[in-house]
Design a protein around this ligand. Structure first.
Ligand code: ADP
Length: 398
């Protein structure tokens, strides 16, 4: 079966065409600056070179048409016609409390996704636009929505409720939802597979460390806690997001700087995290690592603070689950960054696990970092959210 996986942002659209029997990526690409001057599509067919074409795209429907053109092109294409796309899987950021698993998209589902717009005003409307664009260009092709929040819907209320007046939950559904669920689910499943165990037998802590970063406690196959909250701003220190702070900081800074609360929250989302904490060195961990290695104290302290927060969450989730069997690193930093893994590893020795410095040099590979007799397994499992979305799409449409 050929599944087109779509991840739509407000001015971008990422895609992968996956042949799901062999789980092969036939082609992938990205449309950027949709609706803005200078829009471009970058398309990479399997085994071929990346081709970037600057071409006007006034909206997402134009972008989807262009993706189909590329996929069926005589030179860079990988299928003969649209008929070879059997289903489309859409990443949808927020499913609120309505969606605890993926669903086949129909009018009712579209309305329910729109009801979650308030909770993810930057993401859900873009996801809806992407779904509508695909429906227009590929009418009759079954479509599935896979939600970032769904996997965490198993959290008990003691984990998802905030200590604020209950009426805000009742009136506005203010609670913790968590994100990156597709990744936490995929990675915890794969970790159990690698270890030759059932996920239902294990307590797994997944550290998804990318530009956005979150940790989850996966107890016997179910998410029982995760570090992101109502929005992806809570939890770890991230590339540009602050993670946990004293909420009183918002009005304090607004007052001192003469700006609005919205503007402060924007700073907490876009100018904080390791970018802000390092005094502006970078949000990218490669740059921070280079700066730290050349002796920059701000970069060193930032990496220390980052790792300390990760370690504290690991400790908390071990307690939340009544013990931990496996700790997994994933996403850009978790899969590739030896410095961060080693810094976190220093804190983990008290749990009876270790990180082998030689194995820690590996990048982007499935590897067990701990020693054979360690009480807790520490490992790296690369995530693949597109493949997870394609699998869900097959499960619901085949
Ligand atoms: P997202 O998908 O959330 O945008 P990623 O999962 O791609 O983010 O992670 C991006 C982060 O991963 C960046 O900080 C980047 O520096 C880091 N990263 C990626 N590759 C490497 C590498 N080879 N060495 C160190 N860090 C890396």
């Amino acid at each position: 079966m050929n599944v087109l996986v779509i991840n739509c942002g407000s001015s971008s659209l990422k895609y992968q065409l996956i042949e799901t029997d062999s789980e092969t990526v036939l082609a992938k690409g990205l449309c950027e600056r949709i609706g803005i001057d200078g829009s471009a599509i970058t398309h990479t067919p399997k085994g071929g070179d990346k081709v970037t074409t600057t071409v006007p795209m006034k909206d997402h429907t134009d972008a989807v048409k262009l993706v189909i053109e590329k996929l069926t092109d005589t030179n860079v294409g990988v299928i003969k016609s649209l008929d070879e796309i059997d289903a489309v899987g859409h990443r949808v950021v927020h499913g609120g409390e309505k969606f605890a698993s993926s669903v086949v998209i129909n009018d009712e589902v579209m309305a329910a996704i729109a009801e979650c717009n308030d909770l993810a005003p930057l993401h859900n409307p873009a996801n809806i636009i992407g779904i509508n664009a695909c429906k227009e260009v590929m009418p009759g092709v079954p479509m599935v929505a896979v939600f970032d929040t769904a996997f965490h819907q198993t959290m008990p209320d003691k984990a998802y409720m905030y200590g604020i007046p209950y009426e805000y939950y009742e009136k506005y559904k203010v609670r913790r939802y968590g994100f990156h669920g597709t990744s936490h689910d995929f990675v915890s499943k794969r970790a159990a597979e690698i270890l030759g165990k059932k996920r239902e037998e294990l307590n797994i802590i997944v550290c998804h460390l990318g530009n956005g970063a979150s940790i989850s406690a996966v107890k016997k196959g179910q998410s029982v806690d995760t570090s992101m909250g109502l929005t992806p701003l809570e939890g770890l220190i991230m590339g540009t997001r602050s993670g946990d702070i004293d909420p009183a900081i918002v009005s304090f800074i607004a007052d001192k700087e003469g700006i609005t609360a919205d503007e402060v929250v924007n700073i907490l989302n876009k100018k904080s995290g390791v970018l802000g904490l390092s005094g502006g060195i970078s949000s990218d961990f490669r740059d921070l690592g280079d700066a730290a290695e050349s002796g920059n104290e701000m970069a060193k302290n930032t990496l220390e603070a980052y790792a300390y927060r990760v370690a504290k969450y690991i400790g908390a989730y071990m307690i939340a689950m009544g013990g931990v069997d496996v700790i997994v690193f994933t996403a850009g930093i978790g899969e590739n960054n030896a410095i961060v893994r080693a810094l976190v590893g220093k804190y983990l020795t008290c749990l009876g696990t270790s990180i082998d410095p030689e194995k820690n040099k590996l990048r982007g590979e499935e590897v067990i970092l701990s020693a054979e007799n360690d009480k807790v397994v520490t490992m790296v499992v690369p995530t693949d959210e597109e493949l997870a979305i394609a699998r869900e799409t097959v499960r619901l449409t085949k």
